[in-house]
Write a protein that binds this ligand. Structure first.
Ligand SMILES: CC(=O)SCCNC(=O)CCNC(=O)[C@H](O)C(C)(C)COP(=O)(O)OP(=O)(O)OC[C@H]1O[C@@H](n2cnc3c(N)ncnc32)[C@H](O)[C@@H]1OP(=O)(O)O
Ligand SMILES: CC(C)C(=O)C(=O)O
Ligand SMILES: [Mg+2]
Length: 518
């Protein structure tokens, strides 16, 4: 049997640090439950001291998602660690993840501390965390720009203090594969007690090398990989889990290691994360992009038809692309819909299934064949988007060659009832957006608007993605519908709802509502 590599998923912590992404407690819980189905080893559920919402989300995940380790992040100080522990203490297997930077550049400009002070803070943080649990991880932030001898000194000291996992992050995505391999090898050679801990790596994608660096580190001895679904995360993102897992699986000849990931859950997880975060997956993205297994040119098609392995190195079914026998349409019932949803990785409660079924029937009346993507769009809309401040209740748009485009809109606003207004624009979407902007009183600017067809044909569902900016905050919004103008209105409101959530989160931080003592 090959050696095991542990998968530490940080979609809910570093992934949520993607600009414009803010997940509510329900959304985080859904993703955590899906990560459990995917069989990751550890999830980093959040940074509990960051906000009451993050604290609550980590706590709910720790209480309700029992089949994996739940980690919480904490700076190297007592209050962060106490708060992290408070949030995860009821988890089936809790882990405190504490960190401090070790590079001179971070010490000098950010922490304003000497190496001696940082060493002491690291050790006392790990000792304090160890007073709660033996499952403590320490990260040396910006490790790849740190002096190697000092890095080795810190790593040795934190292992001595009780760290069970030592993470060597490439925080700013600066290293390259052969250099990273050398850093990990150096630590293996120069840290006397290194065999008492698992070496972990956490790579960012600033130079597009996060995945390459992660697998290089495995060659040198790392046995835990920190990564995110779809590679989302701070700036250019983190290493994409699906890519790392499939590299190990596909290239066993080069990497004789395995993970316990249920690869068939990869695509459903990717879609769920994309829908809930609003981070669209580019079509040419490896493994989970819409084109990842599509063959366009004749020579390739001919090859694949004769023998699939001529142009496919993995099987699409292995990563969860479905070739289902269940075709959904207007005559399908609840059982078929439930079976299809489960095949796609969605395990809904009865009441949620009822809501999705109602929407499914409405769509089936308008559309001949319902595709997987249609179902996912409905689930995203019906089940995951809550609680929102704005909800579209009614939209009627008139446009054509001889009419001034006019929109009549009704929106329900949390705590204010419904508001109704009509207005004009240069086109139907412009008219709808003008009215929505007036109803909501938003001061945001539309930075980008894009439409894609989720499925083929003129009866396809359209998906609209927008990017809005307000006060320096940028958010994305998505909406899907068989009517493109309705999809556009939903996307706009979805982005406004995200902005509202970000505003609330920021207000709480400014007011210092983070749980000082919990
Ligand atoms: C590499 C990473 O991804 S690290 C994780 C980054 N994630 C986040 O920052 C998201 C959540 N963060 C937050 O909500 C806020 O930053 C909070 C609540 C954690 C802290 O807020 P504030 O107390 O207002 O501090 P602020 O964020 O402005 O500054 C960070 C402070 O922490 C210190 N600090 C940074 N890292 C560490 C660390 N690992 N250990 C101890 N102190 C640290 C900084 O030096 C600075 O201290 P100072 O106020 O004495 O100068
Ligand atoms: C907190 C640490 C692990 C981190 O996110 C980084 O260094 O990038
Ligand atoms: Mg990071």
């Amino acid at each position: 049997m090959s050696e095991r590599v542990y998968i530490f998923d940080t979609t809910l912590r570093d992934g949520e640090q993607s600009p414009g992404v803010s997940l509510n407690v329900e959304e985080k819980l859904r993703i955590a439950q899906q990560l459990e189905r995917l069989k990751v080893d550890v999830i980093e559920a959040g940074f509990p001291v960051a906000s009451p919402g993050d604290f609550e989300a980590v706590k709910r995940i720790a209480d309700e998602v029992r089949g994996l380790e739940v980690a919480a992040l904490a700076r190297a100080n007592q209050r962060d660690i106490d708060t992290a522990w408070e949030a995860i203490k009821r988890a089936a297997s809790p882990r405190i993840h504490t960190f401090i930077a070790t590079s001179d550049i971070h010490l000098k400009y950010k922490l304003r501390k000497s190496r001696e002070e940082v060493l002491e803070l690291a050790v006392s943080a790990v000792k304090h965390a160890s007073s709660y649990t033996s499952n403590v991880e320490f990260s040396a932030e910006d490790a790849t720009r740190s002096d190697l001898a000092f890095l080795a000194q810190v790593v040795e000291a934190v292992i001595e203090a009780g760290a069970r996992v030592v993470n060597i992050p490439d925080t700013v995505g600066y290293t390259v594969p052969h250099e990273y391999e050398r850093i990990i090898s150096y630590l293996k050679e120069h840290v006397a007690n290194i065999d008492r801990a698992i070496i972990s790596v956490h790579c960012h994608n600033d130079l597009g090398l996060a995945v390459a660096n992660s697998v290089a580190a495995i060659r040198a001895g790392a046995r835990q990989i920190e990564c995110t679904i779809n590679g989302i995360g701070e700036r250019a993102g983190n290493a994409a889990m699906e890519e790392i897992v499939m590299i190990l699986r596909t290239r066993q000849d080069v990497f004789p290691y395995h993970t316990e990931i249920n690869t068939r859950q990869i695509v459903p997880t990717s879609r769920l994360v994309s829908h809930l975060t609003g981070m669209v997956v580019q079509p040419n993205k490896a493994i989970v992009g819409a084109n990842a297994f599509a063959h366009e040119s004749g020579i390739h098609q001919d090859g694949v038809l004769k023998e699939r392995s001529t142009y496919e190195i993995m099987s699409p079914e292995d990563v969860g692309w479905s070739k289902s026998a269940i075709v959904l349409g207007k005559h399908s019932g609840r059982h078929a819909l439930k079976a299809k949803l489960e095949e796609l990785g969605y395990h809904l409660a009865d009441e949620e299934l009822d809501r999705v079924f109602r929407r499914f029937k409405e769509l089936a009346d308008k559309k001949q064949e319902i595709f997987d993507e249609d179902i996912e769009a409905i689930v995203a809309d019906e089940v995951f988007r809550l609680p929102d401040k704005y909800e579209l209740k009614y939209l009627n748009v008139i446009s054509g060659t001889t009419t001034i485009p006019t929109a009549m809109v009704e929106v329900s606003i949390e705590g204010q009832g419904t508001k109704r207004l009509a207005g004009f624009g240069v086109g139907p979407i412009d008219a709808a957006y003008n009215v929505l902007a007036q109803i909501t009183g938003t001061a945001s600017r539309l930075l980008r608007f894009s439409v894609t067809s989720i499925t083929g044909g003129t009866d396809a569902q359209g998906e609209v993605t927008v990017r809005l900016e307000e006060g320096g905050q940028v958010v994305m919004g998505q909406g899907a519908d068989s009517d493109i103008i309705v999809a556009a209105a939903k996307a706009y409101l979805n982005a406004l709802n995200r902005l509202e959530r970000l505003k609330k989160k920021n207000e709480r931080q400014v007011q210092g509502m983070c749980p000082a003592k919990v």
